[in-house]
Ligand binder design. Structure first.
Ligand code: NAD
Length: 284
């Protein structure tokens, strides 16, 4: 065990969707380091297995399960396997999520002349593809709601259980170009509050992180140039971030452990910005 600080997390069963991804694999390691039994769930079984293997190799406890957060049967199957192996889930982290190019406009602003542009890959609001928008809403919103339905039922009547959702900065103020992702994450924040109230009488706390800008494989080419340095969008983000840097996955760890431990036992329904001050800054 790394340096257990949250003693009540020891032995807890923590199921993490998107656990093979960049941010949530870091959370998987952090919870395992507190002595929790971590189930790394991901559509990409190879990455889930790699994370679980690393955790087990370090002397902590993890298992990997292939899961599609949009498929109830696969979630029920995962729950059965986790319960058999580790016991009922105490903490669910809904980390699977992401954007899709088909739900993204080419430019931040619509100009009159844009309507005359014929390039196939140039997209204004009018060209946004319903399939892309649906994909993003499903993955982020339904992909949070459905695993919660499946995993939190067994939390009812047990102490120390909680759900942690992953929202985004976009939920507070939408970023340009990505209306579907912004709307879907706003739905995740709203759902976090709704569910916190709904579950308040059965002792299940529900909170969320709203990460700012973290360099990951999905956004690296949008934010950084191949030969180093920032793209214009990357530079705008850094200019708007008072702390002057992108987030590191480790920046999410302290808040996540706190929100899922008894240290925050009277805290439910909050969405915590982890953004270097981005959401507090007016730009002036
Ligand atoms: P990532 O792509 O590294 O991780 C996402 C993981 O989800 C991947 O491993 C992927 O295989 C998995 N996944 C995708 N579809 C799935 C499905 N249907 N079922 C199960 N698993 C599925 O991305 P990340 O940057 O680590 O993002 C993690 C979460 O944080 C996401 O919800 C993302 O929207 C959110 N977020 C990221 C940032 C950022 O800057 N990276 C900022 C704010 C919020």
């Amino acid at each position: 065990m790394d340096n257990p600080k949250y003693k009540d997390l020891k032995g807890k069963v923590v199921a993490i969707t998107g656990g093979g991804g960049i941010l949530c694999s870091t959370l998987a390691h952090a919870f395992a380091g507190q002595g929790a039994k971590v189930c790394v769930m991901d559509l990409n079984m190879e990455s889930a297995q790699t994370v679980a293997d690393m955790i087990n190799k370090s002397g902590n406890s993890a298992m990997a399960v292939k899961v599609d957060v949009l498929d109830r049967e696969s979630l029920e199957d995962a729950k059965k396997r986790i319960t058999e192996n580790f016991g009922p889930c105490d903490i669910l982290i809904n980390g699977a999520g992401g954007n899709h190019p088909l739900g993204t406009t080419s430019d931040p602003y619509l100009l009159k002349e844009d309507l005359k542009k014929t390039a196939k890959d140039f997209k204004t609001f009018f060209d946004l593809d319903m399939e892309g928008i649906q994909f993003v809403f499903n993955l982020n919103f339904i992909g949070t709601l459905l695993p919660t339905q499946v995993f939190s039922k067994d939390m009812v009547g047990r102490k120390g259980c909680s759900v942690l959702n992953i929202s985004s900065m976009n939920a507070f103020t939408p970023l340009t170009k990505i209306p579907a992702y912004s709307g879907a994450k706003a739905a995740v924040s709203n759902f976090t509050q709704w569910l916190a109230v709904h579950f308040s009488k059965v002792d299940i706390r529900v909170n969320a992180l709203a990460p700012g800008f973290f360099l990951t494989d999905q956004n690296r080419s949008l934010l950084t140039e191949p030969e180093g340095g920032l793209t214009a969008r990357g530079a705008t983000i850094i200019d708007q971030t008072p702390m002057g840097r992108f987030g590191e996955p480790e920046d999410l760890v302290g808040t996540s452990l706190w929100l899922c431990s008894d240290q925050s036992k009277f805290v439910t329904g909050i969405v915590v910005p982890i953004d270097g001050g981005f959401s507090a800054f007016s730009g002036v």
